[in-house]
Structure formats: C-alpha cells, structure tokens
Design a protein around this ligand. Structure first.
Ligand code: HEC
Ligand code: HEC
Ligand code: HEC
Ligand code: HEC
Length: 477
C-alpha cells in the first residue's frame, strides 16, 4: 500500500517497540507467586456481575468530570503518599504520561481533520460522535447529562474507565468503604480482567456501538492492535500491585490478563461479525474482521499455501478471517484442557468454512463465541498455572516454526504473548537471565516493525533462535 503505508504500520511498531520484558519493572516476584490463587473465589463470585455491568459510557449515572478527582488530598498529589492504600498521584501520571489524557486533542490535529474530510463528516472530528465516542469519555445520550465540570476536552478521564462518579464519589472515601461496596455504587470493576477486557476492547477493538470500520481506516485511521497485558503496562499503570493491593483486590497475574483479553477479543470479533449494522458494508462484509494482508499485498507475491494454522485453509483466493486472537485462545486451551483446545480448533475451522459459504455462519459463529467465553471464564477462575508458562511459550514458538503465523496480525499477537509470558516468568523470579531472552524478543520484534514488509520466514528464523534461549537449562529454574 502506498498512501496508507505509514498509518497502516505506525501503530503496530509503536506498540512493538515496547513489548519486551521491562527490566526496569520492579520484581514483585515472590508476592506474585504467593498471591497466585488469591481471591479466586471473589473472581468467580463477581464473574456474573462483571459481564452485566454497564460500561462507563452507558452507565445510568452522572459523570462529574476529572476535576472532581484531582485535589492534592485525593488523586492529584505530586508524589505518592505514605500510608495511603492508593498512590494518590494518579492524576499526575494520567495527565503527564497517559495518552488517554490527550486522546481528544488528537481530534484537533491535521490527521483527524483529513480523516473527517475524507469521510465527508458533517462536523469536524472533535464534534463528531463517531470520533468522540472513543477519543473522550462521552456518555451515551440515554444516560444522565454530565455535570458542567465534565468536559470531552479532558479526553478519556478517570470516569471513562472507573465509571460515572455520581453515586460512588462520596461513599468511596468514607470510613469502612470497601471495593465491593464501591462497585455496588457504580464504580466500574476495572480490576477484574473480564470487565477490564470488555472496557479496553470497546475502544481498542470496537463494539457494536462504536467501531473503526474499514472506511474509517481507509480514510487514514491507524490499524487497531491491542493486547491487554502489554497495554496495561504501556498505559502506564497508575496503580501498584503490592501486598495491600492484593489484600483488597486479589492478585491477577499478567498471563491471565493476557489470556482473558484474547478470549474476550474473539467474542467481540464475533459480535461485530454478526451485527447487521457493523458486520456488513453494502455488498461486502466489514473488511476489518479479515486479515488485512489477505488483500493488501502485491499480486506478484503469491503467498497462498494449502495449510494454515487451523488446518487446511478453504481455498486460494478467499479472504481469511483475522484469526490472531483465535490462535492465542487455542494455545492456552491446549495447555489447560487439550480436548477443549481441539473443540475450539474445530469450531474455528467450521466458522472459516461458513465464511466461505459452506455452513450456517450465525450458528457457527455463536458456537465459537460460546467456546471463547467459556475459556475466558475458566481462565478467570484460575486456569493457567505458572507451571504452564514455559511450556506455553515453547508451544507458541513451535506453532510458529510449524507455520502458524503466515499473517502479520498473528505474528504480532504471538510476539506480544511471548513478551507477557517472559515478563510473568521474570516477575515470578523464574528467569536466570532476563537479558538473553529480552534480546531474543527484541530480535523477534525487529522483523515485525513494518507490517507490509512482514516475511514469515524471517519471523521463523528469529523464533528458532529464541527457542534455543528458552529451552536452555540456563534460562529458567
Ligand atoms: C472504536 C474506537 C475508535 C473510534 C470510533 C475512533 N478512534 Fe481514533 N483511535 C482509537 C484508538 C484506540 C487509537 C489508538 C490506537 C493505538 O495507539 O493503539 C486511535 C488513534 C487515532 C489516531 C492516531 C493517533 C496517533 O498517535 O497517530 C487518530 C488521528 C485518530 N484516532 C483519529 C480518529 C478520528 C478522526 C475518528 C473519527 C472519524 C476516530 N479516530 C474514531 C479509537 C477510535
Ligand atoms: C484507560 C483507563 C483508566 C483511566 C483513564 C484511569 N484509570 Fe485508574 N485504573 C485503571 C486500571 C486498569 C486500574 C487497575 C485496576 C484496579 O485496581 O482497579 C486502575 C486503578 C486505579 C486506582 C486504584 C489503585 C489501587 O491501589 O487500588 C485508582 C485510585 C485510580 N485508578 C485512579 C484514577 C484516577 C484518579 C484517574 C484519572 C486521573 C484514573 N484512575 C484514570 C484504569 C484507568
Ligand atoms: C473510551 C475509549 C478508550 C478506553 C475505554 C480505553 N482506551 Fe486506551 N486509548 C484510547 C484512544 C483513543 C487512544 C489513543 C490516544 C493517543 O494515541 O494519543 C488510546 C491509547 C492507549 C494506549 C497508548 C497506545 C500507544 O500506541 O502508545 C494504551 C497503552 C492504552 N490506550 C491502553 C488502554 C487500556 C489498558 C485500557 C483499558 C483499561 C484502555 N486503553 C481503555 C481509547 C480508549
Ligand atoms: C477483502 C479485501 C480487504 C481486506 C481484508 C482489507 N482491505 Fe483495505 N482495502 C481494500 C480495498 C478494495 C481498498 C480500496 C482501494 C482503493 O480505494 O483503491 C482498500 C483500501 C484500504 C486503505 C486505503 C489505501 C489507499 O491507498 O488509500 C487502507 C489504509 C486499508 N484499506 C487498510 C486496511 C486494513 C488496516 C485492513 C485490516 C484491518 C484492511 N484494509 C483489510 C481491500 C481490503
């Protein structure tokens, strides 16, 4: 692609650059190991409420505005406070380092102006709901009118993730306030991985309410790429998982965050595929649900191979679904329950056939979604243990060596997954030498810098070298 080139690839490389095991991260290792099964019961108990809870922009309560949270005695302190259970400098971290604080400002720039004009929007980007719904905390029209202090110009403020504060703001600082009590008052349970996944994905993947369609991408919007664990760190986090946090909220390790994020993304992809408004665009299906590079590659470069990750691919000349999330869900299911992994593989195969006109699309899509949601629930309730981690990383690499990532999107997710797994091993104190593995990850990411220049063979070559590092008895204990 020519015009779209820089937009198309810019996003991925900006995420890619930072996917490694961050050596600088504090080794909260031991704690993490102990808290591994912490509050699993609470997670299960909440799983039901978590899926039912309205997202912050749909919640029936009034948004009060970022200013409500920022006094220096509350969340606007320059340095964290000793003795307070939370850091209290959340506002400073958000306003200085978090891109959500400038998500609205982006809508005023040249790029956004060009996108809006190519789409023929009747209003400029910063006044168009289609853009504001993701680039600001922009409560739906059906919800109470926000307080005067709330402004979309604040971008995605505290309430954009923590929920409109009307009913929880006063009680959350009262003596004896508990996290569960706050949630009952409308605080969004962003600590729970399934709820967090729903929230982040609603903007970073899209939902049936808001979506970056192929038209918007062709007008210049970057391709979306998201992985929950990596992005939780990139944000950067304005919370610290220490003993006190674990006591209040439980400990949910990085790999579980990654895994649940993947399973929920598959569910979201299917919701959009089946949504009559989102899933189609005139005579065509919504193209972003498919592998971009199935279409966007030069004709001289004939790539079709009879086998793909999910067995025999339907036929040359057919557009493949973007299966990057499905690849990851299969990987973890194979670790926790090989039979479930096989059922999942069959369901993906059948969906691919239905997309090609062979079978009932709706029934097959819903069957796959049910398996993905079941996987998310099982993972939230315990799922992967740290004994699985090294095996899972090796399986990921071996899938790649067997040709499972012919598409960029799959390779990109595989690289982010390896980063999350290695990171978790590091935090658990299980790596003897993080430096070698980090270097190996950097080499993998280097071949993913530009999606249009992606060569599966180069990726495999780096995976082969990474495997030697990972399998070495010197790597882990
Ligand atoms: C479904 C949610 C969603 C919608 C709708 C949406 N965006 Fe975005 N946009 C995002 C996300 C998420 C990112 C950041 C992606 C990343 O960095 O991973 C982004 C990134 C961008 C960027 C690039 C930022 C950069 O740093 O280069 C621009 C420009 C932009 N959006 C403009 C728009 C405009 C204009 C509209 C309306 C036509 C719009 N967006 C609609 C979610 C959305
Ligand atoms: C893009 C989403 C997002 C935005 C915006 C956001 N947060 Fe958070 N916040 C999170 C996540 C994720 C967590 C970690 C999960 C948790 O502890 O609930 C968190 C945790 C917290 C915690 C709990 C820390 C603890 O130890 O329990 C506080 C307090 C907090 N945020 C305050 C704020 C404030 C104040 C703002 C606005 C200045 C803000 N957040 C903006 C996502 C967000
Ligand atoms: C209301 C929509 C919305 C929600 C909810 C949301 N984001 Fe974002 N996020 C955006 C937009 C828009 C951008 C682009 C901002 C920019 O590039 O300046 C973005 C940017 C980011 C970035 C920076 C990416 C980069 O390329 O540097 C990270 C990291 C991120 N989000 C993580 C998260 C996480 C984790 C969650 C869930 C806890 C979340 N976001 C929830 C809309 C959202
Ligand atoms: C089924 C085929 C197909 C798929 C899949 C597909 N596209 Fe496209 N794309 C097209 C066609 C056709 C055009 C229109 C080309 C034109 O206008 O000349 C286009 C145009 C574009 C453009 C504008 C290019 C330009 O030169 O102006 C961008 C950017 C783009 N697509 C991005 C994507 C992204 C990102 C994905 C994956 C999320 C994707 N496309 C998936 C077929 C596809």
């Amino acid at each position: 692609m020519t015009k779209g080139g820089d937009l198309f690839s810019g996003l991925a490389c900006c995420a890619m650059r930072r996917l490694c095991t961050e050596g600088a991260r504090k080794p909260a290792g031991r704690q993490l190991a102990r808290g591994w099964h912490g509050l699993v019961a609470a997670v299960v108990l909440w799983a039901g409420t978590v899926l039912a809870q309205a997202l912050p922009d749909q919640a029936p309560a009034q948004s009060l505005g970022v200013v409500t949270c920022v006094s220096s005695l509350c969340h606007g302190s320059i340095a964290g406070w000793d003795g307070s259970p939370v850091l209290q400098n959340e506002y400073i971290v958000w306003s200085r380092l978090d891109k959500h604080a400038r998500a609205y400002a982006l809508l005023l720039n040249e790029k956004s102006r060009a996108i809006a004009s190519r789409l023929n929007l009747p209003e400029p980007a910063h006044r168009s709901r289609v853009c504001l719904d993701c680039h600001a905390h922009h409560p739906a029209e059906s919800t109470p009118r926000p307080a005067p202090a709330h402004s979309v110009a604040d971008g995605i403020g505290c309430e954009g993730c923590h929920g409109p504060a009307q009913r929880w703001i006063a009680p959350h600082t009262a003596p004896g306030a508990t996290h569960a009590g706050n949630i009952r008052n409308g605080l969004y349970p962003v600590d729970q991985p399934m709820a967090r996944a729903r929230l982040c994905l609603s903007c970073h993947f899209g939902s049936t309410d808001k979506y970056v369609s192929h038209r918007i991408m062709a007008a210049g919007h970057p391709r979306m790429s998201f992985e929950m664990e990596t992005f939780t760190h990139l944000q950067p986090a304005h919370f610290k998982i220490d003993a006190d946090y674990i006591r209040r909220k439980g400990n949910i390790d990085g790999v579980r965050i990654w895994a649940i994020g993947q399973a929920m993304a598959v569910g979201t992809q299917i919701d959009i595929l089946l949504d009559p408004r989102r899933g189609r665009d005139g005579a065509f299906p919504e193209l972003t649900l498919f592998d971009c590079h199935a279409c966007h590659h030069p004709m001289a470069d004939t790539r079709w191979k009879p086998h793909t990750a999910f067995g025999r691919s339907v036929s040359p000349g057919l557009v493949r679904l973007n299966d990057s999330g499905m690849l990851m869900v299969r990987l973890m299911l194979r670790q926790i329950d090989p039979a479930a992994g096989e059922r999942f593989t069959q369901a993906v195969l059948q969906l691919n056939q239905a997309v090609a006109g062979n079978g009932d699309l709706r029934a097959r899509a819903l069957a796959l979604k049910a398996l993905a949601e079941d996987a998310a629930r099982r993972l939230a309730a315990g799922g992967i243990s740290h004994e699985n981690l090294r095996a899972m990383a090796l399986a990921l690499v071996d899938d790649g060596l067997a040709g499972a990532y012919p598409d960029y999107a799959g390779a990109e997710q595989a690289a982010m997954a390896l980063g999350s797994i290695v990171n978790t091993l590091h935090k658990l104190g299980r790596l003897k030498s993080a430096a070698d593995l980090n270097q190996g990850l950097a080499q993998i990411r280097a071949v993913l810098q530009y999606d249009e220049a992606y060569k599966p063979a180069d990726f495999q070559d780096r995976l082969r070298r990474f495997r030697l590092l990972l399998a070495s008895p010197l790597a882990t204990h």
